[in-house]
Design a binder for this molecule. Structure first.
Ligand code: DAH
Length: 447
């Protein structure tokens, strides 16, 4: 079996919403869609969301990276990362339930990304000289706070709060080059499941067969197990963990997907593994996992339990699931990209179709609708006249006059061709034809 040593899995990826981010200091303002980055001097503080932190010699967050905080792509309706999040959440909700049917896993997806060094590294037993702590790899808000580099940063707190089974989904930040598969902000899903001795044993044995079996002992730490764990405990945890994750991968990628396990190293688990799937003929690593270090559980007040944990990168999963070729596309505001994921059922199969490289232009049309009007008639009419030039038709306003009782619709028609540029004059001509046809064929009254 192959053995890999690494700090983090290579899982990457995510962001949009309305929080305000600012770096306080001096002289210029930088507006970025819904984000405001305000730099005024002297630069003594860094503000992230509603929190302000003292700057110091460790601060290396940039206005650009701060402008991403609060985007929360994983919580953005109709975003591919949100669809994937729903799939994973629903998988755990459906398959892991208490006797009365309520889910055992708690899902947390709104924890702010600024965490302490203790949360991100110390609580997870990350060695002091570990590369993941280096300012060359990590965004420091100041010497005590970082933008989390992984969702594992929340493990200890949630366990201390009494959570025994949970998923944490959120944006994570790593200083990295930007290319097709790397972006300094991406999204992860963390999973943790703890068991008391009895819960673990009863999952595989009858009361009688359980007798004499234990999960704790004081033995040596060896490649196969930690000092306080019995071999039996590891065998059961490993089987449950691998079964849980293989089942998830089959649900998301399909039953026919080939999988393999590779031994590896993480500071917070032992033993540790990575799951690889066969994708387009090559083995691709999709998650890291392992038996949780008992010291982490002891420190978090759950020393009577044992557990497993895993972490996966949402972008990497979504890129395979939807055939998205470039991680940067998750940040696209282009309706050609986003409209492909506009489905109310997250299980709808979607294969991404590359968007035209040519620019878009759009025109709006507003009209009072007659009684027998149906939206689909208008969509058909637009497609009939606009054919390859129409990328999207969207109802952007729906208003009923309080006195007249008449309803008005406003549609935005986005014009873009896959193979050539569409100029505004050309779009205007088509738009005029569409307007005329709507009046004549659908009896609408243009406003
Ligand atoms: N935190 C790791 C990373 O960022 C992923 C991971 C590996 C999480 C193993 C875990 C785990 O919970 O047990 O790449």
């Amino acid at each position: 079996m192959m053995m890999k040593y690494k700090l983090f899995t290579g899982i990457c990826c995510r962001l949009y919403s309305a929080s305000i981010v600012s770096m306080n200091g001096a002289s210029h303002r930088h507006f970025c869609s819904s984000f405001l980055t305000d730099i005024s001097s002297p630069e003594t503080t860094v503000t992230v969301g509603s929190q302000t932190y003292a700057r110091d010699e460790m601060t290396n967050v940039t206005p650009h990276i701060l402008s991403k905080v609060g985007s929360n792509l994983h919580n953005r309706k109709y975003h591919p990362l949100n669809l994937l999040k729903q799939r994973i959440r629903d998988h755990f909700y459906k398959n892991y339930v208490k006797p009365r049917g309520n889910p055992i896993f708690t899902v947390v997806d709104d924890l702010p990304p600024v965490v302490t060094i203790e949360q991100c590294f110390d609580s997870l037993l990350t060695p002091k000289d570990h590369v993941s702590r280096k300012p060359s790899d990590t965004y420091y808000v100041n010497k005590d706070h970082v933008l989390r580099t992984h969702t594992s940063a929340h493990q200890s707190d949630l366990i201390r709060m009494g959570c025994d089974q949970f998923l944490v989904i959120g944006d994570v930040y790593r200083r990295d080059t930007i290319d097709k598969s790397h972006y300094p902000v991406f999204h992860q899903c963390e999973g943790v499941r703890l068991f008391t001795e009895r819960e673990l044993l009863i999952s595989k044995f009858s009361e009688q067969d359980m007798e004499g079996l234990t999960v704790f002992e004081q033995g040596p730490r060896i490649p196969a197990k930690q000092a306080p764990h019995t071999q039996d405990a590891v065998v059961l945890l490993e089987a449950d963990l691998k079964w849980t994750l293989t089942r998830l991968a089959h649900d998301i990628f399909g039953k026919d997907i080939e999988t393999q396990w590779v031994d590896c190293y993480f500071p917070f688990t032992h033993p540790s593994w990575e799951l690889e799937i066969k994708y387009k003929g090559e083995w691709l690593e999709v998650l890291g996992c392992g038996v949780m270090e008992q010291e982490i559980l002891n420190e978090a007040g759950a020393g009577n339990k044992v557990g497993w944990a895993f972490g996966l990168g949402l972008e990497r999963w979504a890129m395979k699931m939807y055939d998205i070729p470039d991680i940067r596309l998750f940040w696209s505001q282009d309706s050609g990209f986003l409209s492909q994921f506009k489905v109310d059922d997250a299980n709808t199969p979607i294969k991404y179709k590359p968007v035209s490289v040519h620019p878009q232009c759009y025109n709006d049309i507003s009209f009072w609708i007659p009684d027998n009007y149906t939206e689909n008639d208008f969509y058909d009419l637009v497609r009939g006249l606009g054919s390859d030039m129409v990328e999207q038709v969207e109802l952007i306003d729906n208003f009923t006059h309080p006195k007249k009782g008449q309803t008005s619709h406003c549609y935005r028609i986005t014009y873009r061709h896959m193979d050539r540029a569409v100029h505004q004059e050309e779009a205007n001509k088509i738009h005029a034809l569409i307007t005329e046809a709507a009046i004549n064929n659908l009896a609408v009254e243009v406003r």
